[in-house]
Design a protein around this ligand. Structure first.
Ligand code: GLV
Ligand code: MN
Ligand code: MN
Length: 414
């Protein structure tokens, strides 16, 4: 990269201001964001992003998954683009930074390049991936996963929400259905994100050089027993699906503790039917999320979960239907992209450390089709997927500066 590139600086105040403005869309009373994928609020966020990108001179398009690409041409526009971004959808009780930070840090990179009249050799693109969270439509990372060829487009468009609406229908409704998805060369992919855990804050480092991500598996479990009257039905003859589910919830937690170091195990969702106080629950649906940085250990957690679920069903006379609906293995990032992030932090004089991502990110699927890496910044008390999620303007700026320099390392220019 030419020396002039090394001297470029992002505008920290402008990045912060854009983040705060984006956080108004779907703002919650507790200071967070509720902007579920493909809702009217998601559309509003997409439109604001698009307006900002067009004002910054980018050409904006979207594909059949509603993934948005804002492109700043390169001096050699035939080169594969250096891409950055993240997501604008949130959890129902999400924070201001999860996803939006990576998107707006990308926008700030483009704005900073414009301010300096800096022309990159390769084109730069900012991407907004559709439905990263997997909250309204499961699984997570569907937009990037379809772009990367992990999911077939038709399957992704057919995913339904709890009301039976498909992603395809909702994309069309908000005006983000398009043509084609993926199948083009990406020069490199970088994603800035809050850490969503406590490690950087505890270490007092503003920058995490993300070397990879842990593996993850999602399950859906249906237990079927028998609905029956809460009074006349003797304890000995009950087939209480919620009691079986309770045993599974405790087993999931036990497995998480047993497979330390590194394991995470969560039951995030449970639906009991008919959910009436004097009816013995006849059917329960629950979800399990297992994670581990070591694939062999994750496979052992899977076995422990399956054994525990069968034991819980047998002990309570229940039918068990269990499906692993999604998984990905532990994913190392590209060593050169990781080195570009580390070098950028060093050049900017920012304290940094290597870190493995505990969360799922679009960069994981992008790592399958392009050299990829991530930049983490600390968040307060390591809390995320919570309306109180918080990060400092200084750390937000540090990650943005590292993103700019790492992208320039790959895109070149003067
Ligand atoms: C993504 O938000 C995840 O659950 O890791
Ligand atoms: Mn995220
Ligand atoms: Mn998230």
């Amino acid at each position: 990269m030419a020396d002039r590139g090394k001297n470029l600086r992002i505008d920290a105040a402008r990045l912060w201001q854009s983040l705060m403005e984006m956080a108004q869309i779907g703002a919650t009373a507790k200071g967070g964001v509720n902007r579920l994928a493909l809702t009217d609020l998601d559309r509003k966020a997409r439109q604001l992003f698009t307006r900002w990108c067009e004002d910054a001179g980018c050409t904006v398009s979207h594909d059949a998954m509603g993934n948005i690409f804002a492109r700043r041409p390169g001096r050699d526009d035939t080169l594969p683009p250096v891409v950055t971004g993240s997501h604008l959808d949130s959890q129902p009780t999400g924070g201001k930074y999860d996803g939006a930070y990576g998107v707006l840090a990308g926008l700030e990179v483009v704005r900073a390049l414009n301010d300096a009249d800096f022309q990159t050799e390769a084109p730069i693109e900012i991407v907004v991936w559709t439905n990263e969270e997997g909250s309204r439509f499961a699984p997570a990372m569907v937009g990037s996963g379809t772009f990367a060829g992990v999911f077939a487009l038709a399957d992704s468009l057919a995913i339904t929400d709890a009301d039976g609406l498909t992603m395809g229908q909702e994309l069309a409704r908000i005006g983000y259905d398009g043509k084609g998805c993926g199948g083009r060369e990406i020069g490199a992919y970088f994603e800035a994100h809050i850490e969503q855990g406590p490690i950087l804050e505890a270490a007092g480092k503003p920058v995490g050089v993300v070397t990879g991500a842990q593996g993850q598996r999602w399950y859906e479990i249906n237990l079927t027993g028998q609905e029956s009257h809460a009074g006349p039905t003797p304890m000995a003859v009950r087939r209480d699906a919620l009691v079986g589910a309770a045993a599974i919830v405790l087993a999931v937690n036990r497995i998480g503790h047993e497979f330390q170091p590194g394991a995470c195990a969560t039951t995030g969702m449970i639906v009991s039917r008919p959910n009436s106080r004097n009816v013995i629950p006849g059917a329960v649906f629950l979800t399990v999320d297992l994670r581990h940085p070591d694939d062999a250990r994750l496979a052992a957690m899977d076995k422990a979960l399956r054994d525990a679920a069968k034991a819980a069903a047998d002990a309570n006379g229940l039918e068990l239907a269990m499906e692993q609906i999604w998984s990905f293995d532990a994913t190392p990032f590209d060593t050169q992209c990781v080195a570009a992030v580390r070098g950028a932090a060093q050049d900017a004089g920012l304290a940094h450390m290597d870190i493995v991502s505990g969360a799922g990110h679009d960069a994981i699927y992008m790592a399958g089709v392009a050299p990829a890496a991530m930049i983490f910044v600390p968040c307060k008390d390591g809390i995320s997927h919570n309306e109180i999620e918080s990060a400092t303007p200084e750390d937000i700026a540090a990650g943005g500066q590292v993103l700019l320099q790492a992208m320039l390392e790959r895109a070149g220019g003067s």
